[in-house]
Ligand binder design. Structure first.
Ligand code: F6P
Length: 341
């Protein structure tokens, strides 16, 4: 191995630059050169690459996003793109690839490994939904942003005696909602893993009000679903003053359903991409750095087709194929949060 190619694929997240820096610095220690592949797998298909030196990575450790750019391109969907990717790897002299990404990016890495291309994966997503690792980097930063938002919603909710609904990311998993909900002291947490009954949610909020609590915070993951969609949407679909039907995302639907049924003034915040932006927490910087170093060490040892993963307090290689199934929120942890409702 002389040259390592590195790419970041899928949605960006804080800590990607810390990984890139760690890979470049560790690679240079072993005398490998590093080529940065721009915009995920798209860059290798289209031949967009650049050499990365230690000067390219100066000052990027605390920076959010990725200096390489990213995309959700999956070249395996087209035979032509797959061939283009393979021939460009050869053309640029890339002997091994470090792929930093979530399930989609790593599924391409798995396929490359099956085609005998040396590849090592690094788990990345704010959603923390990759099995095989205890935590993905980016998750801790998203959780602290959401926790801060819950803290801020508390003060205004209390002043106005309102119910605040906060919709957070997570795709098909409820990790961000659960962990930030516990950290921020949410009064209800709704996640995809446990479909919610709108009547139960509203009953809980009414009971809280009867106990003298004049405000509530409800955190809902974007992928959460009601047990009975008909009951939920009938209660909450609404036509605005201009005659447009207002649907909105799950957070807005929930806010409307709660306001109608509980009778308390309700406001909805959809946090969106703020959760993925900005500087990584110290925890994510360290985790991303450890992943980057370990990935290059795997290449140095000739251990390909693996993803570096956090197990307890150790970073260990696991087969790439073990990495790409979805990790659900631990039901015990989710149940614990209910103690505080
Ligand atoms: O996977 C990360 C994530 O931020 C999800 O939480 C969210 O559903 C999705 O990406 C948003 O994707 P996009 O940036 O393409 O809108």
């Amino acid at each position: 191995i002389k040259t390592i190619g590195i790419l970041t694929g899928g949605g960006d997240c804080p800590g990607l630059n810390a990984v890139i820096r760690a890979v470049v610095k560790t690679a240079h220690l072993y005398d490998y050169s590093v080529i940065g592949i721009r915009n995920g797998w798209k860059g290798i298909v289209e031949g967009e690459v650049e050499p990365l030196t230690e000067f390219s990575v100066t000052g990027i450790l605390p920076k959010g996003g990725t200096i390489l750019g990213t995309s959700r391109t999956n070249p395996l969907k087209s035979e032509e793109q797959t061939q283009q990717m393979l021939s460009n790897l050869k053309r640029f002299g890339i002997d091994a690839v470090v792929a930093v990404g979530g399930d989609d990016t790593l599924s391409v890495a798995t396929r490359l490994h099956q085609m005998n291309i040396p590849v090592v994966g690094i788990p990345k997503t704010i959603d923390n939904d990759l099995s095989g690792t205890d935590y993905t980097f980016g998750f801790d930063t998203a959780v602290s942003i959401v926790t801060d938002a819950i803290d801020r919603l508390h003060t205004t909710a209390e002043s106005h005696h309102r119910i605040m609904v906060l919709e957070v990311m997570g795709r098909h998993a409820g990790w961000i909602a659960t962990i930030a909900g516990i950290a921020g002291g949410a009064d209800q947490i709704l996640i995809p893993e446990v479909p919610f009954d709108i009547d139960d949610v509203c009953e809980g909020l009414k009971k809280r009000r009867e106990r003298g609590k004049k405000f509530s915070i409800v955190v809902i993951a974007e992928g959460a679903k009601p047990t009975d969609m008909n009951n939920f949407v009938t209660a909450s679909s609404k036509v605005d003053e201009f005659g447009h039907e207002q649907l909105g995302g799950i957070g807005h639907l929930l806010g409307r359903a709660i306001e109608e049924r509980v009778g308390s003034e309700t406001r909805v915040t959809v946090l969106g991409h703020v959760q993925r932006g900005g500087s990584p927490t110290a925890h994510d910087r360290v985790l991303a750095t450890r992943y980057g170093v370990k990935a290059v060490q795997q290449i140095h040892e000739g251990n390909y087709g693996v993803m570096v993963a956090l197990h307890g307090d150790k970073i260990v290689p696991i087969p790439l194929s073990d990495a790409i199934t979805q990790k659900k929120v631990d039901p015990e942890l989710y149940e614990m949060a209910r103690i505080f409702y």
